[in-house]
Design a protein around this ligand. Structure first.
Ligand code: ZN
Length: 220
């Protein structure tokens, strides 16, 4: 599998291993590991461009979901590794306690990272009626565009859940790509609204678990 996309949630400073959290130390180790296996880090724009290529290069995209404030602590590491990541934000959580502020989001943008929508309120999109579904996708897109001054072209489905209606709504609302999780598909233009990602910060965020996730990802 030439394109690997990983998603992280909380980045924490201590050694505590919690749900949806990885220590800064293990986050760095995971990046070393990806690099050692010959994957080059890529950015959102390059991923989109590569979807139309016959042969997609061996590349890795780093993404963060939910917009936790502690993600800001990953910036120096991302800078050191020359990584341009994607931060998928829940627009209703911006400026709330524990989440990134509009000011921090602009700091992230100024370092060359991208921002994507993770909807307005993080519902399971597959259970929404068409009006609510459209509102989740459009309102978040507009709010993020107002904050960043950039067009928001990518979406990450909450919990990775999508169906034909979510895919159709994402396209209608002006997104160019949408990312899932284990439910996703390989990186091809026709799958651009179903792109697969692997979780790093699930129930266990030890580096041993990362090895397992990585090995599974590259053998699929
Ligand atoms: Zn989420």
């Amino acid at each position: 599998m030439p394109t690997l996309t990983f998603y992280y949630h909380n980045i924490i400073s201590g050694d505590h291993i919690g749900k949806s959290a990885i220590s800064l130390k293990n986050f760095t180790k995971s990046l070393d590991f990806i690099r050692r296996f010959g994957y080059s880090f890529t950015d959102l724009g390059s991923i989109i461009n590569s979807l139309k290529l016959e042969k997609i290069p061996k590349q890795c995209l780093i993404t963060f979901d939910d917009g936790y404030e502690n993600n800001i602590t990953a910036l120096p590491i991302l800078h050191e590794y020359g990584i341009k990541a994607v931060f998928f934000l829940i627009s209703s959580k911006i400026n709330k306690e524990g989440f990134l502020s509009a000011k921090q989001i602009n700091e992230i943008i100024s370092e060359g990272h991208s921002v994507g929508s993770h909807t307005s309120t993080h519902p399971e999109l597959t259970s929404l009626d068409p009006v609510k579904l459209k509102a989740e996708l459009l309102d978040s897109k507009k709010e993020l565009e107002d904050i960043t001054g950039h067009e928001i072209t990518s979406l990450a489905y909450p919990k990775g859940l999508y169906n034909a209606k979510s895919v159709e709504a994402a396209e209608t609302c002006g997104y160019v790509t949408a990312f899932s999780t284990k439910h996703g598909e390989p990186y091809k233009w026709e799958n651009r609204f179903r792109l697969k990602r692997y979780p790093v910060s699930g129930r266990d965020s030890s580096i041993k678990m990362f090895f397992k996730i990585f090995r599974r990802a590259i053998t699929q």
